[in-house]
Write a protein that binds this ligand. Structure first.
Ligand SMILES: *[C@@H]1O[C@H](CO)[C@@H](O)[C@H](O)[C@H]1NC(C)=O
Ligand SMILES: *[C@@H]1O[C@H](CO)[C@@H](O)[C@H](O)[C@H]1NC(C)=O
Ligand SMILES: *[C@@H]1O[C@H](CO)[C@@H](O)[C@H](O)[C@H]1NC(C)=O
Ligand SMILES: *[C@@H]1O[C@H](CO)[C@@H](O)[C@H](O)[C@H]1NC(C)=O
Ligand SMILES: *[C@@H]1O[C@H](CO)[C@@H](O)[C@H](O)[C@H]1NC(C)=O
Length: 325
């Protein structure tokens, strides 16, 4: 090396360094799509590289928010780098731009008739990103039947498309079947389904056994009251209640045996009523013909204690011959 060349190099070293570091590699990241069910994607960006003519080291300052762990939620990002050499010359050419995109189900979680959304996972404000699983419950009085699930999932259907898949159906719950009692029938506004009102109508001559002859199917799948019965309210009827019984004594006799036929009664229940004599002389009594009159009273009673009376007079008589003069 000649002296002049050496002195030139020395002179250059003494000259101030005005050349910034030179960018040799700036990382590049394409757009990133959120994986299904994830709200963030973790990206390793790497570092830009520089070379410098004079400085041995180049200091690199990173600008822009990198979230913890390098996991980015949906959004547009710019990360810029400033490189400084020892003399403070700067290079800010390296900028990393990228966006994180999610695939969405639009509109958000479907509305289920007679039901409501319980939770969606993952939890996001819009509850609509790919992979979101929303579970539903039914309103009071409604339930999912065995065949349908309770969740609806935002599922990928195309390159950048997703739709809600699944079917939650809330149906009215049912109460047990209603059996109509003898001599009556229940009629219901909506079968055995929730809030159906069933009313007991009884045949003529019968009435519901309790005041509460209507019942409602409740949300607990039970009827509001126990089923009522139709009870007999019509008394039995005598079919052969006699008119007054007049018994004639034999001539010269002042007593007479009084008889009347057995009494019969019928009841609307179809059951045989109980017939008892409650007043008056018994059948076959020997009564005197002194002009007195005897009252006979029978009562017929059905098994619901409905009663009817049959009463008649028994009149012993003397045959008086009309004498023609
Ligand atoms: C959605 O969540 C429910 C309840 O956690 C679960 O039973 C169901 O399997 C999930 N569905 C999918 C497709 O992951
Ligand atoms: C629904 O499931 C319950 C219990 O798993 C079962 O007892 C019932 O019979 C099922 N009903 C129908 C209609 O499959
Ligand atoms: C959902 O289920 C109901 C009853 O099972 C059915 O009527 C309806 O068509 C279903 N809807 C879809 C989108 O599968
Ligand atoms: C009364 O007695 C007569 C004669 O014994 C008989 O024929 C009749 O059936 C009896 N009537 C009643 C109500 O028992
Ligand atoms: C039947 O007679 C009895 C005794 O006289 C009386 O107490 C009752 O009220 C009567 N019943 C009817 C239904 O007339």
């Amino acid at each position: 090396m000649s002296l002049s060349k050496l002195s030139l190099a020395l002179l250059r070293l003494l000259e101030p360094d005005t050349t910034p570091p030179q960018l040799t590699h700036c990382p590049s990241i394409g757009d990133v799509t959120l994986p299904s069910g994830q709200t963030r994607v973790c990206i390793s960006i790497g570092q830009p590289t520089y070379k410098d003519d004079r400085s041995k080291t180049v200091r690199v300052i990173q600008n822009g928010n990198i979230p913890p762990g390098g996991c980015f939620p949906e959004g547009d990002y710019v990360i810029s780098y400033i490189a400084l050499d020892d003399a403070g010359n700067r290079n800010d050419q390296c900028q990393v731009r990228f966006s994180v995109k999610g695939i969405h189900c639009s509109p958000g979680p479907p509305i289920v008739e007679h039901g409501y959304k319980e939770t969606c996972t993952p939890r996001t404000p819009s509850e609509d990103i790919l992979g979101t699983n929303c579970t539903y419950r039914c309103l009071r009085g409604f339930g999912v039947d065995n065949s349908t699930s309770r969740s609806i999932v935002c599922t990928q259907t195309g390159d950048q498309q997703a739709e809600w898949m699944g079917n939650v159906t809330c149906k009215k719950i049912s109460c047990p079947d209603v059996e109509s009692p003898p001599h009556g029938g229940y009629s219901c506004t909506d079968g055995t389904r929730y809030q159906s009102v069933c009313k007991l109508d009884c045949d003529v001559g019968f009435a519901p056994s309790t005041q509460r002859h209507s019942m409602v199917c409740q949300a607990d799948r039970q009827w509001s009251t126990e089923a009522a019965l139709c009870t007999d309210v019509d008394p039995p009827k005598f079919v052969n209640c006699p008119d007054d019984v007049i018994a004639y004594a034999e001539r010269n006799d002042d007593h007479v045996t009084v008889t009347w036929p057995p009494l019969q009664a019928r009841d609307n229940s179809g059951e045989e009523p109980i017939i008892v004599q409650v007043d008056g002389p018994p059948n076959g009594s020997v009564l005197s013909t002194d002009g007195r009159m005897y009252r006979v009273l029978y009562t017929a009673m059905d098994n619901q204690d409905n009663q009817n009376n049959c009463s008649f007079n028994v009149i012993p008589q003397v045959i008086t011959l009309t004498q023609h003069i």
